[in-house]
Design a protein around this ligand. Structure first.
Ligand SMILES: Nc1ncnc2c1ncn2[C@@H]1O[C@H](COP(=O)(O)OP(=O)(O)OP(=O)(O)O)[C@@H](O)[C@H]1O
Length: 361
């Protein structure tokens, strides 16, 4: 039997987190290229695969009927040989608070290249630290992806927080013929500030109000007359049974840019700190007049690499996550990203994508 020709990705490069694995496997499925990822999450306190990554790998294995070696807890090496992408209804049951959105981050680009509509019903964490909150995926990622001709529908049925999880979402994805090049370079002017500040379980409504009011004060300190519609909420028991608190603040510009900034409460819930953290980051983006926020940067790289034509995004300084995503995308797709400093704190990222066609439609 002929030896498999793997593209080898070093998971310890730059950020050294799970995102290199997620991007590598998504691209592997879309391009039909076997990949081997070594040194997985080498820069994390507990290196190797954790629940979220294992569930993500299993989901991509199911979607592409892949041959997989090394998908075990703590594994630092994985070999993945994908076959044809199949549309369908998939279920991911994470028993911990591992992030549902990170599992979706892996599956969404792949399902765009399937032969029909798909659904992924997932349980796990919906609002956890170091991952996009479900609200961010819906209110920030979705409108940014619409610029690339990509859409999805996300239903949040149950919130899930650290440590128990138990959240549940359903993601519906329609396939595309091709991803379009996205243009995210004109900031225009700040139009609206919105968002949500919520708490759940035994936490009092005062925490949600604290987050909302502190965030609003921070926005008004810079722009006293700015409309600022952050909704405070106490979630009802039927949609959130455990204690949890989180905020997402969004800025919408006159040219249609949407930037987001969030914070999730951990053991001690200080509403004013969560509110000011989220709002301060957002005001920094708006003051710089960038079109793509610090977390959206790395999440758009895979779409820029796959798109037909030249995509451009104007953002702040590149994060390590973004530089890692660029490195992985360049290695697997062969496309080249160009990064130019516009100012000392603004960066223009350009990429002529692969123009990957969905051969199954
Ligand atoms: N507050 C946030 N809002 C939106 N997206 C976020 C936020 N925090 C992290 N992310 C995104 O979540 C992803 C995390 O990637 P990372 O490689 O750190 O994950 P991981 O290694 O799987 O997790 P871990 O940090 O547990 O090792 C990145 O795409 C990052 O942009």
């Amino acid at each position: 039997m002929a030896a498999t020709n793997f593209v080898e990705i070093d998971g310890s490069y730059l950020e050294g987190g799970g995102q290199a694995l997620r991007n590598a496997l998504s691209l592997s499925c879309i391009l039909g290229k076997p990949v081997r990822v070594v040194n997985i999450r080498a820069n994390r306190p507990k290196p190797g695969l954790s629940h979220q990554h294992m569930h993500g790998v299993k989901l991509l294995r199911d979607i592409t009927n892949a041959d997989v070696v090394g998908n075990t807890m703590g594994s630092t090496k994985l070999e993945f040989i994908p076959h044809t992408i199949r549309s369908g209804n998939y279920r991911v049951a994470v028993q911990t608070a591992a992030s549902i959105t990170l599992v979706y981050q892996m599956a969404l680009p792949v399902l765009l290249f399937a032969d029909g509509a798909s659904q992924v019903d997932a349980t796990g964490g919906t609002n956890v630290a170091f991952a996009p909150q479900v609200e961010y995926m819906d209110e920030v990622l979705l409108p940014n992806l619409l610029r690339f001709g990509v859409s999805f529908e996300l239903k949040l049925l149950q919130h899930g927080f650290y440590p128990r999880g138990n959240g549940r979402c359903i993601l519906d994805v329609e396939p595309v013929h091709q991803v379009k090049a996205g243009q995210l370079v004109k900031f225009g002017q700040l139009d609206k500030v919105g968002g949500v500040a919520f708490c759940a379980g035994r936490l009092p409504m005062s925490i949600a109000l604290d987050m909302q009011q502190t965030a609003r004060r921070e926005i008004h300190r810079l722009w006293p007359n700015q409309e600022c519609n952050i909704k405070p909420k106490k979630l009802t028991f039927d949609v959130a049974s455990d204690n949890g608190a989180a905020i997402l603040v969004t800025a919408h510009t006159t040219t249609g840019c949407i930037l987001g900034s969030g914070a999730v409460g951990e053991r001690k819930m200080h509403g004013h700190l969560l509110g000011s953290n989220a709002a301060c980051k957002l005001t920094e983006y708006v003051r710089k007049e960038i079109c793509v926020d610090a977390h959206m940067q790395d999440q758009l790289i895979i779409y820029m690499a796959l798109a037909e034509g030249c995509s451009r995004m104007l953002t702040g300084q590149l994060t390590k996550h973004t530089r890692t995503a660029i490195h992985v995308a360049e290695q697997i797709t062969g496309v080249k990203f160009e990064v130019t400093m516009e100012n000392f704190d603004k960066t223009l990222v350009t990429c002529v994508g692969l123009g990957q066609l969905n051969g199954l439609l």
